[in-house]
Ligand binder design. Structure first.
Ligand SMILES: Cc1cc2nc3c(=O)[nH]c(=O)nc-3n(C[C@H](O)[C@H](O)[C@H](O)COP(=O)(O)O)c2cc1C
Length: 156
């Protein structure tokens, strides 16, 4: 059984509510939770607590990780759920990009508000929030350097 649930949000009002809740958490994060080191790392990217893409993007895909299931009337943990959901999200992002769509891997922290707004049960933990749409004509993408292959691949 796949230990994930994808919730696609296209309703404008629900997207607005998600943006408001995410910006409230991000305000707290940028002002009180993130270390100076972390903020210095983010500075060149120009990110801040404002997340307009959450109601500008036509669709939000909210991915939940399922932590437990009920089998034969017994509650059982799911196995390797972090790894499974990570792989599933990677394939989803690659498929969306292959279709010419733009995505943003967004992880407002904490993300519990998504569970409440979208009415998901306690065993479904928000994993990532992915706005999806065609890129805006004037979209700007930061030129983030990739490590050379020899740094990430070791052959023995
Ligand atoms: C697990 C994960 C969480 C991320 N969370 C955020 C986030 O909350 N906000 C943000 O602006 N970028 C976030 N990013 C970074 C961007 O989504 C994106 O990965 C980065 O801009 C590089 O994009 P590219 O790999 O398509 O070039 C996150 C990336 C990862 C891998």
């Amino acid at each position: 059984m796949q230990p994930w649930r994808f919730v696609v949000v296209k309703d404008r009002e629900v997207k607005r509510i998600i943006r408001e809740a995410a910006e409230k958490e991000e305000h707290e994060s940028y002002n009180n939770r993130m270390s100076d080191k972390w903020l210095r790392r983010l500075a060149p990217l120009g990110t801040d607590e404002h997340k307009p893409f959450l109601d500008v993007a036509p669709y939000l895909i909210v991915v939940f990780r399922i932590t437990t299931v009920v089998e034969d009337s017994e509650t059982e943990p799911t196995y390797y759920s972090q790894e499974s959901v990570g792989i599933a999200v990677g394939i989803l992002l690659a498929a969306l990009h292959n279709m010419g769509l733009a995505t943003l891997t967004h992880t407002p922290s904490p993300m519990k508000f998504l569970q409440e707004i979208l009415g998901r049960p306690k065993n479904e933990i928000p994993f990532v929030l992915i706005p999806v749409g065609f890129p805006a004509e004037d979209a700007k993408v930061p030129d983030i350097e990739r490590k050379p292959l020899k740094e990430i691949l070791i052959t023995i």
